[in-house]
Design a protein around this ligand. Sequence first.
Ligand SMILES: CC(=O)SCCNC(=O)CCNC(=O)[C@H](O)C(C)(C)COP(=O)(O)OP(=O)(O)OC[C@H]1O[C@@H](n2cnc3c(N)ncnc32)[C@H](O)[C@@H]1OP(=O)(O)O
Ligand SMILES: O=C([O-])CC(=O)C(=O)O
Length: 373
Amino acid sequence: MTTSTKGLEGIVATQSSISSIIDDQLSYVGYRIDDLAEHASFEEVIYLLWNLKLPTKAELENVKQELAKNMEIPEEVIDHLRSYDLSTVHPMAALRTAVSLLGLYDDESDIMEPEANKRKAIRIQAKIATIVAAFSRIRNGQEPVKPKADLGYAENFLYMLNGKEADAIEIEAINKALVLHADHELNASTFTARVCVATLSDIYSGITAAIGALKGPLHGGANENVMKMLSEIGEEENAIPYVEKKLANKEKIMGMGHRVYRNGDPRAKHLKEMSKQLTTLTKQEKWYNMSVKIEDYIKENKGLPANVDFYSASVYHSLGIDHDLFTPIFAVSRTSGWLAHILEQYDNNRLIRPRAEYIGPDLQDYVELNKRG
Ligand SMILES: CC(=O)SCCNC(=O)CCNC(=O)[C@H](O)C(C)(C)COP(=O)(O)OP(=O)(O)OC[C@H]1O[C@@H](n2cnc3c(N)ncnc32)[C@H](O)[C@@H]1OP(=O)(O)O
Ligand SMILES: O=C([O-])CC(=O)C(=O)O
């Protein structure tokens, strides 16, 4: 057998028509991320990823209505969220459990026909934002807010989170963040989802597994840790000494580096621009200024670029969002990509089962218990 590649670096593990990263350029179904970030609504991107074409006006209206109509979550899921010890439960753990629980209240959860899978995809995408918002409100001692059928996805999420309709700039920021995080080829959580459903397990299992993979700090969990780092740094003048110390201790700087991008993550510049705008507007420029200092220093000294998680931290912070909700918001967006990949996997399935290069002891004779030293 050939030797293994640590972390499967550079291994092409599947074919996909959903998104691509070629020469540091990201596109969804061939549409450049820069164009989508500037012009598309999240619902348009959901449609694009699931249907491999941009929607017509009527198709977009339909997907918007379907999502809005399916946003409410079962009372049992809300009751379950109320039952957690909210002082210790991380919202990503709550989300993982709640999505799994949601599957128990979906009559079609184990029906594997393509049309049933598409209906479930809509329901999961619609409800995941509601779960995150409900968790946050319950944790803050507030009642969950029901979605409004006439609001768009980003708007509804903010409405359910804050209990009031959001400003245009907040909606624009969240919509853009959702568009930018929606899909990313065969990242770790998407691969996890595909491996799971390639056993012909159900969609809820695939999304639950993917949430677990996204939670880790080397993946989606990095955005929360970026804000933790910025908060520890506190003031701009502390940024470089802080980073130097981390590097001297061989610690990683969260939000920096990427397995695929070597010259920069094309999503980061959009979030950087948004961070500048929002931190200026909310008079919290120090978070942006500090981030720029760190980005420049790491680029110059380690040759590593900022990834999507780096500036999303100061964007969400300036929108007043709790830091541990940053990764759940990433999950809300990436659910659209996970679902697209799950549907694509079902469409042309083969069990995913690579090999391991064995590096343990040679064959040896079994030693009876009473003869072991
Ligand atoms: C949405 C996303 O998932 S984007 C990624 C989010 N994750 C992060 O931001 C966490 C911080 N970044 C990292 O840990 C890494 O850059 C990853 C996991 C994203 C990519 O990692 P890989 O391609 O596997 O690189 P790997 O971890 O092997 O690092 C290679 C070298 O670069 C260094 N390095 C990589 N990232 C960083 C970093 N953020 N800070 C400091 N050093 C780093 C490593 O220490 C290692 O150095 P060494 O060769 O001297 O030991
Ligand atoms: O592709 C990756 O490895 C990580 C990433 O940027 C993402 O999932 O958005």
